[in-house]
Ligand binder design. Structure first.
Ligand code: GLC
Length: 531
């Protein structure tokens, strides 16, 4: 029984995080791109939804080559999103409503327009030269080694000014900082302090597994499992460019800064297998409070595979470490597209009844699906660099549909990405008064999670996993809640469930029968109070 006796006191343990992709949440000035006043205008929606915290993807000054993940000033707000004053007002308004605010921190790379990089690239003798990773090309002019960019092409770009190459794990507009330079570390830790002083409650730390590369810049080995159709970046294994041992000292340094303040949270973005992910909690839990667990995104969607994943993850957690779960984000295909709308309701119940902090990606609560983007409207440079493989992320970043009007209440101008027909129907206005909508399901699940400590901090007890059903209990003291999820489209009798104890069905109606045993309907999940 995992987590028995957990007290789970902190807000980030009991709470549910809602990810806002600010470009696509709410536009307030008709420029077609969401902004901070737009977020402020929608805080009451988030309160009514029942989440506890918002994580806002980058809002800092940026040339937007990677839509904010290329930062040119860590201590400001891009005019597209608003001003620092508007940010201060947003955070005050959020706090007034009991909502915490988490910002994105992008430590691995800056924009190539950041003054640090402009200075660094100006001369080999620049005091900032060593803030980035510079290396001579090979004598034949080819790049220093075989490292490739996540977003297509080589990871080295030749800079004619000084005749050297700089390293970038992502776009060439995103040069990697050299975290082995203590001045870089200090400058970046100051950034964290800057925002904590403004009242920010935590950070989601971007691409942390990329922070260090092999000091000797040795080649990555070829990937024997690479196949046609996979990202060209996967042709090599990233043994020299990812998850290097030094990263843990850097994370511990970030954590020490967050510990200078009360009640803050540090969440790390690392796509890693479970065993390697656990190291990101740090020695004696001095690392991230929550290294993001993305495994539900890639897991095979069968009850046995999900049960095995939960078991493996729970078993691997270091003592005292707090779990977390995610169904999607601004980089991955939406859950309703991966699993279908009906099974997405089951997934929602799973997410919000598992032990651990849950993060919801904006629009998930509406059942939003991926929106096909015609070639002429593609924005993501990844798609432009490596077209046709479905790598681009525009389709999961389309604007929030607030109502059924032309631009879905998102903007009075022209939206930066299209709003699909389907999502124009699946909108907030249409769902908020529909007692059986996906939005109503999320609200119901979040309300139940708030009122039932068994769901937020209770122990996780596996019960059953067959080819169609997944069942587990959450327990807190004497309280026992049984969760049964039907992964199939057939009705499913489940002996253990007595309909009289039903707290919530994904169908959001009364059970058809109130005598045991209950028959779960197609794609139905239930939460049942056990005697
Ligand atoms: C992270 C972000 C992604 C971004 C990349 C580079 O994976 O989630 O959106 O493109 O880092 O910063």
């Amino acid at each position: 029984m995992a987590g028995d006796g957990a007290t789970g006191g902190a807000w980030w343990q009991k709470g549910v995080v809602y990810q806002i992709y600010p470009r696509s949440f709410q536009d307030s000035n008709a420029d077609g791109v969401g902004d901070l006043p737009g977020i402020a205008a929608r805080l009451d929606y988030l309160v009514a939804l029942g989440v506890h915290a918002i994580w806002i993807s980058p809002i800092f000054p940026s040339p937007m080559a990677d839509f904010g993940y290329d930062v040119s000033d860590y201590c400001g707000v891009d005019p597209l999103f608003g001003t620092l004053d508007e940010f201060d007002r947003l955070i005050a308004a959020a706090h007034e409503r009991g909502l915490r605010v988490i910002l994105d921190f992008v430590p691995n790379h800056t924009s190539d327009q950041h003054p640090w990089f402009v200075e660094s690239r100006s001369s080999p003798d620049s005091p900032k030269r060593d803030w980035y990773i510079w290396k001579d090309p090979k004598p034949d002019g080819s790049p220093p080694n075989n490292w490739v960019s996540e977003f297509g092409g080589r990871a080295w770009t030749f800079d004619p000014t000084t005749g050297q190459c700089y390293y970038h794990a992502y776009l060439k507009e995103q040069p990697d900082l050299n975290w082995r330079n203590p001045l870089v570390q200090d400058a970046m830790l100051q950034v964290i302090r800057f925002w904590f002083e403004r009242g920010v409650d935590g950070f989601r730390v971007d691409a942390i597994h990329h922070l260090f590369e092999d000091k000797e810049l040795r080649d990555n080995p070829p990937n024997p499992d690479w196949r046609e159709g996979m990202s060209p970046a996967r042709r090599v294994l990233r043994t020299r460019t990812m998850d290097q041992p030094e990263v843990h000292d850097a994370i511990a340094a970030m954590r020490r800064v967050s510990d200078e303040y009360d009640d803050r949270v540090m969440i790390g973005e690392a796509y890693l297998p479970i065993d390697r992910l656990m190291a990101y909690y740090g020695v004696d839990l001095t690392g991230f409070h929550l290294p993001f667990n993305f495994h539900l995104i890639s897991a095979l969607w069968t009850p046995t595979a999900i049960a095995a994943l939960i078991g493996a993850y729970e078993a691997a957690l270091p003592s005292g470490a707090w779990p977390n779960w995610v169904l999607g984000n601004h980089d991955r295909s939406r859950v309703a597209s991966r699993l279908g709308r009906e099974q997405a309701r089951v997934a929602a119940m799973l997410l919000l009844t598992l032990r651990g902090t849950a993060t919801i990606y904006q629009g998930e609560e509406l059942g939003m699906t991926d929106v096909p983007i015609p070639p002429e409207l593609v924005q993501d440079l990844w798609e432009k660099n490596v077209p046709g493989l479905g790598l681009g992320r525009d389709s999961v970043r389309t604007p929030m549909p607030w109502d059924g009007t032309l631009h879905a209440g998102f903007t009075a101008g022209h939206p930066w990405l299209p709003i699909a027909e389907a999502n124009r129907v699946i909108n907030v206005a249409a769902q908020q008064d529909d007692p059986s909508s996906m939005l109503a399901l999320y609200r119901g699940l979040l309300a139940l999670r708030r009122s039932e400590p068994a769901l937020s901090v209770g122990a996780y007890v596996p019960v059953a996993a067959t080819d169609r059903v997944l069942a587990y209990e959450r327990r807190f003291h004497e309280r026992r809640l049984l969760i049964v999820l039907n992964f199939s489209r057939q009705p499913l009798p489940f002996e253990m469930v007595d309909g009289r104890g039903l707290l919530l069905s994904t169908y959001l109606d009364q059970p058809q029968q109130i005598n045991a045993p209950m028959v779960l309907r197609a794609h139905e999940g239930v939460i049942v109070q056990m005697p």
